[in-house]
Design a protein around this ligand. Structure first.
Ligand code: NPW
Ligand code: ADP
Ligand code: K
Length: 511
């Protein structure tokens, strides 16, 4: 499913009306009716409800007038509150209809808002601002939004909660906290990314009669099962371990031995034929939880961390790997930088760089340049802070426009970027997929190491870096969601996510 920006939505509306000839009033009528239908579906009866519809002066308010008209047909207690009578031309068509039908329409003022505090509304429709929100909210708008949020009513937002920026999902001053948001054609970025997604409540996407053929060149999509290639999950009866690829993992240190265990356990659990773990000897004390299927190549370390001299002894192994994982739990130091540069200068294996590999990259201009010119597939898996370090920006900037940040990283390094967060973004610099599965039970040290192991395994099994990244992000979070059916969120461990891959893979295959 596509995800739109406000300008793409406007262009779609423009084409529908100007090129195809669908009148804008028809689109507004359809939009308002869709919202009404959703409300009607949610309540057994509406005639005993007190309903308020708050309408702005733009077309979002126009949708609100349509909703109010339909509601007034089935409920005697519908009140419309209008911020400004100077509404758009299309909205005016529907405002005039309301007036002719003698629906209760009032211009909102501070006094009126204050008097509403003694009234109780069961349902409130928020049609104040949609994709046209152009500045931070203040004054009467702010007070009205605070009133709506404190009202205890069941709140429907039309298109997007008023106050949420549809392009960045940020809160502009304040925002309506809806129970349900009915959006049109396709969801907007503000409906999908956080914090906007939180304010939306449940998001319902409705068709308002815009022909599919005019919706072109949309590069951002929600990651769904249909976007995934599972063909390589089929195993030929006469296949052998060599058919499922060799993963090499450079990970771990005396300080973070578990990162190496989680990453390599995840790789073998998700199907690769062989998994080799190159880790400092000093990290082995912790390895009793390591799956016995993993081949360990203990490396001579330096004060508990990986050393360049120890690493180069494994060069001949590296040449045999189908994919190399670099970074989980290595710590950041000069040795790690030297090793990364050595790999990038001397090998051409598909590489997945995570954690300390990324931190090393951010502070090494040489490694950055080599990576950009590295002639094999690359996947970078930063979380927001790691992405900020790579880009040399504040983490707030990444949070404000994560799609831009991920796209920039992918383009700069000609790599696949997996920008990890509550909504993970996967991009090759052109197409963008947003993962909407997963839960805060995954917010625990080690979850990222597990994801890296899965990506490595998928590449080893023959998937392209992009396909592997999409598939792995999906399975990783699906596994955590399935765990939630039996476990409390707090108790989910990254190791459980590894064990849960079995159910996740089966659920994906079975559909
Ligand atoms: N054919 C179509 O287009 C369809 C559109 N549809 C619907 O239209 C919606 C988009 O409508 P829209 O473009 O009129 O923008 P909308 O969100 O109503 O707000 C703009 C108004 O608010 C004002 N304003 C903004 N921020 C403000 C602030 N902080 N504080 C105060 N004022 C502020 C802004 O003022 P200005 O920036 O011009 O000063 C302007 O007056 C869309 O979300 C969907 O619901 C559907 O019917 C389907 C067909
Ligand atoms: N609230 C959340 N909702 C969904 N997924 C989450 C949430 N918090 C974390 N995750 C996922 O958990 C993983 C955490 O990775 P990362 O931050 O690298 O952790 P670590 O480095 O400690 O292993 C990512 O895949 C991320 O998408
Ligand atoms: K709204």
């Amino acid at each position: 499913m596509f995800v739109l920006t406000s300008s793409q939505m406007r262009e779609i509306d423009r084409k529908a009306s100007q090129e195809i000839g669908i009148p804008e009033v028809v689109l507004m009528e359809n939009a308002g009716f869709c919202v009404f239908e959703e409300i009607r579906k949610d309540f057994e009866t509406l005639d005993d409800k007190n309903i308020a519809v708050f309408c702005g002066k733009g077309n979002n308010g126009g949708d609100g007038f349509v909703v109010a008209r339909y509601l007034a047909q089935v409920c005697p207690n519908v009140k419309v509150f209008l911020f400004d009578e100077n509404v758009t031309l299309i909205s005016k068509v529907f405002l005039d209809i309301l007036k002719r039908l003698e629906v209760d329409v009032s211009i909102l003022s501070e006094e009126l808002l204050l008097s509403l505090k003694t009234q109780r509304f069961d349902i409130i429709v928020d049609a104040i601002f949609g994709i046209g929100l152009s500045k931070d909210i203040d004054g009467l708008y702010k007070k009205a939004i605070e009133y709506i949020n404190g009202s205890g009513a069941y709140v429907y937002s039309v298109d997007i909660p008023s106050g949420i920026c549809s392009d960045s999902a940020s809160v502009r001053g304040c925002a309506v906290k809806a129970n349900k948001t009915v959006t049109f054609v396709y969801p907007k970025i503000g409906n999908i990314l956080y914090p906007g997604s939180y304010y939306c409540g449940k998001v319902i996407v409705k068709d308002i009669g815009i022909p599919e053929k005019i919706i072109k060149d949309i590069k951002v999509k929600i990651l769904t099962a249909e976007d995934l290639d599972i063909s390589k999950f089929y195993r030929f009866p006469d296949s052998h371990k060599g058919d499922y690829g060799k993963v090499g993992i450079v990970a771990g240190s005396k300080y973070y031995p578990g990162a190496a265990v989680l990453c390599s356990n995840a790789a073998v659990q998700s199907g690769c034929g062989l998994c080799y773990l190159i880790t400092p000897q000093e990290a082995l004390y912790f390895q009793n939880l390591r799956k016995p299927e993993i081949v360990v190549l203990p490396l001579e370390g330096k004060e508990g961390v990986i050393s360049f001299d120890g690493f180069v002894k494994f060069d001949e192994y590296l040449a045999k790997f189908d994919v190399l994982g670099f970074g989980c739990g290595l710590t950041k130091n000069e040795e790690v930088e030297k090793i990364l540069i050595h790999i990038l200068e001397n090998f051409q294996i598909p590489i997945v760089i995570d954690a300390d590999g990324l931190n090393t990259l951010s502070s090494s201009q040489k490694a950055k340049k080599l990576l950009a010119n590295y002639k094999s597939q690359k996947v970078l898996t930063p979380h927001y802070m790691e992405a900020a370090r790579i880009l040399g920006v504040d983490v707030k900037d990444v949070a404000k426009s994560p799609i831009d940040a991920a796209t920039k990283i992918a383009s700069e390094f000609r790599a696949i970027c997996v920008l990890k967060g509550s909504r993970t973004i996967i991009t090759d610099g052109d197409e963008v997929f947003i993962n909407v599965l997963g839960n805060p039970g995954m917010a625990k040290g080690g979850s990222g190491d597990v994801l890296t192991g899965i990506i490595l395994s998928m590449i080893a099994q023959g998937y392209s870096a992009f396909e592997a990244a999409k598939l792995s992000v999906y399975l990783h979070s699906l596994s955590a969601d399935i765990l939630l059916e039996k476990k409390a969120m707090q108790t989910i461990l990254p190791s459980d996510i590894i064990e849960g891959l079995d159910s996740a893979i089966r659920r994906l295959i079975e559909g």
